[in-house]
Design a protein around this ligand. Structure first.
Ligand code: KIV
Length: 292
């Protein structure tokens, strides 16, 4: 018998009191078979990026299904201009932190640019490092038919793989920048063929990034595995956002990302209030000080 998906109504996935620490005992773990199960039951999957333990714990406690240690850490936390400079060595400590913090979510780690494209063996060595050194559950790689051999070897070796099609940031230089992909009949047909090749090779889900809604809807319909959209419309089986976009950390967000909070502004206000209190001598007060 298949165990129910942990966020199905009979199994509470998140604490009802809004606390940011996970419930004890831990919420049941989302596992790879739950992904196709969610699709079959018409339940939308939720995925957010996380790059450290504190945000991972908050998103996990909120009941997010999948945490992605994305190579978007490059431009969101490491100060790189994009994902391309990110190395496997840079991915390991944040992936370890997220995997340690997540009790409920399935933790997926991006294999960064240059660590899997040239051969299935290279992909295997990189993915084994990720699973052994971090405790994460799956890896994500970009590309369709060109990486099908990689997906097949990893899957056969016990490493779940999430695919990534449409705008693939690691190929930004070939794609001519951040541009919508899959427009027009020929491109849409190529995208669907890539998605089917990933499914055939054993991928457990496919991220579709910056793809026209109707094209993503068609891919979603023809696949048995779930599609997880980012700028790919509402018909995908789930959605993923970079957490800094979702929470409104920066001044700018991509057109496809809704700001569900203004956390950047709140942090700025907190830091300013702290500065004012320290300079004005009101912090620390007696409550924050120790007596002899
Ligand atoms: O690295 C990342 O954050 C991603 C998402 C955009 C899906 O790959």
């Amino acid at each position: 018998m298949t165990e129910p998906h942990p966020s199905s109504p009979s199994v509470p996935a998140s604490p009802s009191d809004g606390a940011v620490t996970p419930p004890l005992p831990p919420a049941p773990r989302v596992r790879v078979h739950h992904l196709a199960q969610a699709k079959a039951e018409g339940r939308k999957l939720t995925m957010l990026t996380a790059y450290d333990a504190i945000t991972a714990r908050i998103f996990d406690a909120a009941g997010i299904d999948l945490l992605l240690v994305g190579d978007s850490i490059g431009d969101n936390a490491l100060g790189h201009p994009n994902t391309i400079p990110v190395t496997l060595d840079e991915m390991i400590p944040p992936a370890r932190a997220v995997a340690r913090a997540a009790r409920h979510a399935l933790v997926v780690v991006d294999l960064p640019f240059g660590t899997y494209e040239d051969s299935a063996q290279h992909a295997f060595a990189s993915a084994v490092r990720v699973l052994k050194e971090t405790g994460a559950h799956a890896v994500k790689i970009e590309g369709g038919r060109r990486v099908a051999a990689q997906v097949a070897l990893l899957t056969q070796s016990g490493i779940p793989v999430v695919g990534h099609l449409g705008f693939t940031p690691q190929s930004e230089n070939v794609l001519g920048g951040k541009r919508v992909q899959g427009r027009g009949d020929e491109a849409a047909t190529r995208l669907a063929a890539d998605a089917l090749a990933l499914e055939e090779a054993g991928a457990v889900a496919v991220v579709l990034e910056m793809v026209p809604g109707p094209v993503a809807a068609h891919v979603t319909e023809v696949l048995r595995i779930p599609t997880i959209g980012i700028g790919a419309g509402v018909e995908c089986d789930g959605q993923v956002l970079v957490w800094t976009d979702m929470a409104g950390m920066g001044d700018w967000s991509p057109r496809f990302a809704q700001r569900f909070g203004e956390v950047g502004k709140a942090l700025h206000e907190a830091a300013s209030a702290y500065l004012t209190a320290v300079r004005g001598g009101s912090f620390p007060g007696p409550e924050q000080s120790y007596r002899n």
